[in-house]
Every structure is written in structure tokens, then in C-alpha cells.
Design a protein around this ligand. Structure first.
Ligand SMILES: Nc1ncnc2c1ncn2[C@@H]1O[C@H](COP(=O)(O)OP(=O)(O)O)[C@@H](O)[C@H]1O
Ligand SMILES: [Mg+2]
Length: 241
């Protein structure tokens, strides 16, 4: 990307931040009503265990939405982000749980005992949600969406040389796929091929991943499907750099 393109993208992101403030205000109004309502519903003694679990998942989704709001507000600024140690598998399992409430099946293929990453799990989970929503929107009847995790060593170093240890997460779908031209533009702010799209999802996902010192890649074949891979460093914390 040349410097003119970078300037253009930055000013687009700033404009987006401005409009986002209004949307976040409305979003928070709804959440202020929804969260206490669901918390009180959860206490209803006549509720079955499975319904109670579903309400917990929806509640956790609402809390993630609050984070989405913060994220949107700070879109064009460097943010003070809450940093914790967590594993990608935890984030994937939470996301799968959230989609299952909406009766959407995402298949996990997780490598156990992944080394933890340091960062903002809510933001990584928002990035993952955006990627999964795209996958869900791209598939038809015989949908197959698989979320795989694993370990990646960029230069083949031994496992104890943890400085170079990355974890990866692949979201693979058998949906409509993308043309080569669209793959090149997929991360551009506001790029969308959808009637009701906004073109923000992948821009946001890439920003979050890069803030964690990671990278994101797309492989896609028109008519066959798409695979989006996120790589995240397991030890370095580059968020406040
Ligand atoms: N899994 C996918 N399969 C097919 N196309 C995709 C996929 N993910 C992203 N895209 C393409 O990238 C574009 C940008 O995605 P995104 O930034 O999330 O915006 P939006 O979903 O609002 O269009 C989409 O409009 C679509 O053309
Ligand atoms: Mg999207």
C-alpha cells in the first residue's frame, strides 16, 4: 500500500469513528435494557437448565456487544485495551456456543493445550465473530464451516524457543468463494459485495489482529469456498506499542 492509499484509508477510518459514535449510543441504550432483563430471567426458578444455559450465552453475547461499542468508538484511535492471558480455543468455543443458540453449526477442530496469548479476548472474539458471520452468509444448504486451531512456527524453530511461537485459527467454509479481485480488496474499509453489507467486518478483524502483533490471510476460490487464517504471537504483547 502506498502512502496516499494509507492516508485515504486512515481518513475513511476517522469518518467511520464519527458515525460510529451515534450507532454506539443507540446500541448501548438497547443493551442497558436487555442485560438486566436477561439477568433477572436467569433467576427464574421455573427455567430449565438448558434454557438457563442459553440465556447465559446470550448474556455473554450482549457483553461482547458492549465491547463492540467501545471498539467502534475507538476505531481511529489507539485504545487502552484490557489485556489478559487466554487461549484461542476458549475464544473459539465461546463463539461456537453463541452461534449454536441461533441454530447455526460451526465445527471445531481444536488442537488441545494451545499456548496462551496475551491480549484482549473480547476484541479477538469480535474479530472471530465477523469472520464467522461472513462464512455463514456465504454458505448454502450443505454448509460446512470448520474452525481449526494449531501452532505455527514461522522459521521452524524448536518448541522451547517460544519467542517465535504463533498460534493460528482457520475458518474454512464451502460457500460462494471470492474472485481474485475481491480477495485483494476484502480488507479495504467499506468494501462489500453484499446488498446490505457495510464492508467493516474484515477491516476490523485485521485491525484487531495486527494490534496483537499478528497477521491475517485469505485464500478463496470462486464457487468452492474461503479460508481465513489468523496468526497470533503467543508471548509478545504488542498492544501498547
Ligand atoms: N467467507 C467469505 N466468503 C465469501 N466472501 C467473503 C467471505 N468473507 C468476506 N467476503 C467478501 O469480503 C467482503 C467484505 O467483508 P466484510 O468486511 O465482512 O463486509 P460485509 O460482510 O459487510 O460485506 C464481503 O462483502 C464479501 O464479498
Ligand atoms: Mg461481514
Amino acid at each position: 500500500m502506498n502512502s496516499d492509499e494509507t492516508d485515504l484509508q486512515n481518513s475513511m477510518l476517522e469518518t467511520m469513528g464519527f458515525f460510529a459514535a451515534g450507532i454506539v449510543h443507540d446500541l448501548n441504550n438497547f443493551l442497558t435494557i436487555l442485560i438486566p432483563l436477561m439477568e433477572s430471567l436467569k433467576k427464574d426458578p421455573s427455567l430449565s437448565k438448558s434454557h438457563c444455559e442459553e440465556i447465559s450465552i446470550v448474556l455473554s453475547g450482549c457483553h461482547s456487544l458492549k465491547e463492540v461499542g467501545k471498539r467502534l468508538l475507538n476505531f481511529s484511535n489507539k485504545t487502552q485495551i484490557k489485556t489478559t492471558l487466554f487461549t484461542l480455543n476458549q475464544t473459539v468455543e465461546e463463539t461456537i456456543g453463541l452461534f449454536s443458540v441461533a441454530k447455526i453449526k460451526l465445527t471445531p477442530n481444536l488442537l488441545p493445550d494451545l499456548p496462551p496469548i496475551s491480549g484482549c479476548s473480547a476484541n479477538i472474539s469480535i474479530a472471530l465473530m465477523n469472520i464467522c458471520i461472513n462464512a455463514v452468509q456465504s454458505v448454502g444448504k450443505n454448509s460446512d464451516i470448520t474452525l481449526s486451531t494449531g501452532i505455527y512456527r514461522p522459521d521452524g524453530k524448536k518448541p522451547d524457543q517460544v519467542d517465535n511461537l504463533y498460534v493460528y485459527l482457520k475458518v474454512k467454509d464451502n460457500g460462494v468463494g471470492m474472485s481474485k479481485e475481491d480477495v485483494k480488496r476484502a480488507f479495504d474499509p467499506f468494501f462489500t459485495t453484499k446488498k446490505e453489507g457495510n464492508g467493516i467486518g474484515l477491516t476490523m478483524a485485521r485491525k484487531v489482529v495486527e494490534e496483537h502483533g499478528g497477521s491475517i490471510e485469505i485464500e478463496s476460490t470462486l464457487g468452492k469456498g474461503t479460508q481465513i487464517t489468523i496468526f497470533l504471537p503467543t508471548t509478545r504483547n504488542t498492544i501498547d506499542s
